[in-house]
Design a protein around this ligand. Structure first.
Ligand SMILES: [Zn+2]
Length: 188
């Protein structure tokens, strides 16, 4: 998909909550470019991704945001959702076995394999590159002599936000489509 040079009115911003999930799905949370810019200037949101389209005023030139995330989490639930994106974010988009940061090759690994009773939970799923995933196969970390860099745990919203801030705006999402894909809930 190309986002090149649309007119500003065709550039709404996808609004994510502070946990990097869309603020709402039905309808999808979208702001007009005017509202999105206003929130940027008021420092209420962080720009996650941008369009090619720029707007000009006498004092500034700026690319319009395509994805923004709220700085303050809006909800009653404080537990981050167990999604692909959030698991990878917790693990800083790096393989937990070899430290490879190639996010295109990232997969999920069950630390304790399903065949050994391992479940699909925050405590047993980590980001692993496809090479390490294949190498480890259906073995436990001990059998494979491959220990994760960090013991996987359910992160707090604060931790996820801090991890997210460590990435430049373009790194995590190229488009909404990417984002919505990453946000699918993992099946336990
Ligand atoms: Zn690896």
């Amino acid at each position: 998909m190309t986002l090149a040079m649309r007119p500003p009115d065709a550039c709404p911003a996808l609004v994510l909550n502070a946990d990097f999930r869309p603020l709402s799905y039905f309808p999808l949370s979208l702001w007009s470019w005017q509202d999105a810019l206003k929130a940027v200037f008021l420092d209420r949101v962080e720009v996650v991704a941008q369009y090619e389209t720029k707007v000009h005023s006498p004092s500034f030139v700026m690319r319009l945001p395509s994805v923004v995330s709220l700085r303050t989490y809006v909800s009653h639930s404080r537990a981050p959702a167990f999604t692909r994106f959030n698991v990878f974010l917790r693990d800083s988009f790096t393989c937990q076995y070899c430290g490879s940061p190639e996010r295109d090759k990232l997969t999920f690994d069950h630390v304790v394999p399903r065949s050994h009773g391992g479940r699909t939970t925050w405590e047993n799923i980590i980001a692993a590159c496809s090479f390490c995933n294949i190498k480890k196969g259906g073995r436990t970390p001990k059998q494979a002599r491959m220990m994760p860099a960090r013991k996987p745990q359910r992160p707090t919203m604060y931790e996820l936000n801090e991890r997210g801030r460590a990435f430049p705006p373009h790194y995590l999402h190229d488009s909404w489509q990417d984002f919505l894909y990453w946000d699918s809930e993992l099946e336990p």
